[in-house]
Design a binder for this molecule. Structure first.
Ligand SMILES: CC(C)(COP(=O)(O)OP(=O)(O)OC[C@H]1O[C@@H](n2cnc3c(N)ncnc32)[C@H](O)[C@@H]1OP(=O)(O)O)[C@@H](O)C(=O)NCCC(=O)NCCS
Length: 198
């Protein structure tokens, strides 16, 4: 397999042409632990289209030739849903100062090459160039003894700390989806991580 991966940033309406590949990528990666999510292509495409509506939103793409093998998204927190904004307003953090990172998804065979680090750095560069002073994201909270946790699973917490992000146990929200072994959707606890850029 070629390891010559190109990192490309697209924003606003430029995202549109990548929507089918991004939907496929999200479904493939989120199917695995810790997300265990089985989304429909229709839902994914509609969700991704929200990113095309803000000129300040971005996707950082990892391309192996023409194939999108990884992607990371971001948009101003002010354009996000109320579930995402609520922990910020509850903690007196000005919503307009925050650039919010959505997903980071990379096919497993491309992990450990530093692409995840580029995903964070590229989005921070974009956020700072648009005048935001805080970058933030959230991750799903799963118990250590979760039955679907694969042997040798490496949590990303230390990586995020190394990148300057601080876990905010007081800032949580819930996203609803149906786990692979659930019969209906249920709320999943999401915890936020923040970085202040001074
Ligand atoms: C998040 C993600 C994009 C990071 O990608 P990556 O390119 O492997 O990241 P990097 O190579 O920059 O390494 C980041 C960290 O991942 C871990 N890592 C390294 N190699 C790994 C591998 N082969 N497999 C899994 N994790 C690995 C390490 O902890 C590394 O940190 P380190 O610098 O302290 O060693 C990728 O792990 C992913 O798609 N995960 C599944 C989806 C997910 O959980 N996304 C985050 C929330 S949306």
């Amino acid at each position: 397999m070629s390891r010559n991966i190109d990192i490309k940033t697209v924003s606003g309406s430029e995202i549109e042409r990548y929507i089918p590949s991004l939907a496929w990528l999200r479904r493939t990666v989120f199917h695995e632990f810790p997300y265990l999510y089985d989304g429909s292509d229709e839902y994914e495409q509609a969700y991704l289209r929200t990113y095309t509506k803000s000129e300040k939103s971005i996707f950082v793409l990892a391309l192996d030739g023409q194939k999108v093998v990884g992607a990371a998204s971001g948009m101003p927190l002010s354009k996000e849903t109320n579930e995402v904004k609520k922990p910020f307003t509850e903690n007196a953090i000005p919503v307009d100062d925050v650039f919010y990172f959505g997903e980071s998804v990379l096919l497993s065979e491309y992990r450990g090459l530093g692409i995840g680090k580029s995903f964070i750095l590229e989005r921070e560069k974009h956020a700072l160039s648009h005048g935001f002073s805080i970058t933030a994201f959230c991750g799903v909270v799963r118990p250590d003894d979760h039955p679907r946790k694969p042997e040798g699973y490496r949590p990303l917490n230390t990586f995020w700390e190394k990148m300057g992000y601080e876990k905010q146990p007081q800032m949580t929200t819930h996203f609803e989806w149906q786990d692979l072994d659930e019969s209906r959707p249920s709320p999943k606890e999401m915890m936020f991580w923040l970085k202040h850029h001074t």
